[in-house]
Design a protein around this ligand. Structure first.
Ligand code: H79
Length: 515
């Protein structure tokens, strides 16, 4: 992938201009440049005086790439760093996809038909879909248990679908009755008690809000699919944005004061349409938004869905969102669970690339988180109890490519020294691993899992670490090495490439999907 394509990929404005989904590449660099200019002009023209317009700034150059135009919050690099501090330190979050789609639970007319996309996939009409809310009782919903599970899993924030593409709001809304408090069996605001439970435990709270797609509310977007029901042709998208989406986001902000607004899908979001959302979100000085508002808004962190980039990216904060099986919403046909080992290594891999892991659960219509998801979250939590020092508040490791035996993270100390965390996934038979290109001796070394020193020695090819005995943890064992200065790698290539590979070893324990 060349650097221009990388620019296009990393710039949601360019992506949204061609209606591309994140991760798709632009074919024509000329088209990209043309669209960027057109979008800038139309934004300025539509917004009149510059004081009204969102700040158009050059997104900072990074990883050897030039700066490029994007709509970003006006703030200094120091202010930006302070606003993102908690998020960068968090490294691990829990995503919750909960809604009316949990009722069909992945099956429509006896056939598997996706999960939270089921209404679209199975072309269910609005008149057929609405009554499903009567079977969404949330009778076993225990927000304190969910929040406690989050704590026990070791996550630092929880993001829940306040409204997904089916338009059903889990909170009480004055702008549409298609919500859990006013329609169906639950008859209460389901977000409010979760916010309370999450915050009571010192965790941050994020609200997912599908701003563009809304398959039920009047005028809502249908993504890249044509309307499949006559009633979906009524209303206008701009009226929907002004009368439902924007006021609902304001409700979310006023009721819950989220730490994150998590937009999803940029379809049809022009700069003019994105601007009111941008202004509203940033009226809260502490709020973070992801990169999926569309219309050229860069957002505070880049998202990568179901895929771990092969290297750290462009100096921007990164969040990888992923399912534990292959479904976001509850899907009783999807038993394709990733192993705890895979999930732990994913967390280690993502942290080594300076990113956060947002790992999803899909509760049932009754409000229960499936046991396979609970089990895996608790396994990660147990690993973090021992190894959290190598994850929380770390930076990505100094190496330019994944290492054959595992990954690294690092922490810089105020005294100018640094700790390098060596996450050993594959404990070698001879007990020796190479940190290639390291030219600095380690002052000391220790395992996080048990006491005893770890020794290392410099060789022409790098630092050789001698691991004592057998692996303390077959999933990943961490060695902390102390250095007098930050570790620099000789002959490191610049972090330009995301080859598209996950960089994560295949999980041999995974079986084909059982349907
Ligand atoms: O909320 C989850 C997804 O529903 C949402 N983002 C995550 C966090 C998402 N919305 N759109 N997309 C992801 C990308 C679109 C994927 C699609 Fe498909 C491919 C839509 C139609 C084909 C996946 C497969 C959904 C239905 C079938």
């Amino acid at each position: 992938m060349n650097s221009i394509n990388r620019r296009a990929e990393s710039n949601p404005w360019l992506r949204s201009a061609i209606g591309a989904w994140e991760g798709f590449l632009m074919k024509s660099t000329l088209l990209a440049a043309f669209l960027a200019l057109t979008a800038t002009r139309s934004l300025l023209a539509a917004d009149g005086p510059a004081t009204q317009a969102p700040a158009i700034q050059m997104a900072p150059p990074a990883a050897g790439l030039p700066a490029y135009p994007a709509i970003v919050k006006k703030e200094t690099p120091e202010e930006h760093a302070a606003r993102l501090k908690w998020f960068r330190e968090a490294r691990f979050g829990m995503f919750i996809h909960w809604g009316v789609y949990a009722v069909p639970a992945g099956v429509w007319q006896g056939k598997p038909a996706g999960a939270e996309w089921i209404m679209n996939r199975a072309k269910i009409t609005v008149a057929e879909y609405r009554p499903l809310a009567s079977d969404f009782p949330a009778t076993r919903y225990d927000p304190d248990a969910w929040a406690q599970l989050a704590v026990d899993a070791g996550v630092k924030y929880v993001v829940i679908t306040a409204k997904h593409h089916d338009g059903f709001a889990l909170f009480d809304s004055a702008y549409s009755d298609w919500n859990a408090a006013k329609t169906g069996a639950a008859r209460r605001d389901l977000i409010a008690p979760l916010v309370k439970a999450v915050r009571a435990r010192g965790l941050r709270f994020g609200a997912y809000y599908s701003q563009s797609q809304d398959w039920v509310n009047l005028g809502g977007g249908k993504g890249n699919t044509p309307p499949w029901d006559e009633v979906q042709k009524r209303g206008s998208f701009d009226d929907y944005l002004a009368k439902i989406a924007l006021p609902q986001v304001r409700e979310i902000m006023e009721k819950f004061h989220p730490d994150i607004l998590w937009w999803d899908t940029e379809y049809s979001m022009t700069p003019e349409r994105a601007k009111p959302f941008f202004d509203l979100a940033y009226s809260d000085p502490n709020l973070l938004i992801n990169s999926r508002l569309g219309g050229g808004v860069l957002g505070d962190f880049r998202t990568s869905e179901q895929r771990i980039p092969s290297s750290a990216m462009l100096g921007r904060a990164l969040e990888v969102n992923m399912t534990i099986n292959d479904s976001w919403g509850y899907n009783l046909t999807d038993l394709h669970w990733k192993s705890a080992r895979q999930l732990i290594r994913n967390l280690s891999d993502i942290a080594s690339k300076d990113g956060n892991y947002l790992l999803n659960v899909g509760p049932t219509a009754e409000g229960e988180i499936p046991q396979p998801e609970v089990d895996r979250l608790l396994a990660i939590g147990r690993w973090l109890k021992t190894n959290g020092e190598a994850i929380y508040a770390t930076e990505g490791g100094p190496f330019d490519a994944p290492l054959p035996w595992g990954r690294t993270t690092q922490k810089k100390r105020p005294d100018g020294g640094s700790t390098l965390y060596v996450h050993v996934w594959e404990w070698p038979g001879d007990g020796r691993i190479l940190l290639p290109g390291v030219r600095q001796p380690a002052l000391s070394g220790r395992l996080l899992a048990r006491s005893g020193a770890v020794t290392s020695s410099l060789a022409p090819e790098g630092l050789i670490v001698t691991l004592p005995g057998a692996a303390p943890d077959p999933d990943a064992s961490v060695v902390a090495l102390e250095f007098a200065k930050p570790v620099e790698i000789s002959n490191a290539r610049p972090l330009l490439k995301d080859t598209g590979a996950s960089g994560t070893l295949a999980d041999p324990s995974r079986s084909p999907p059982a349907l």
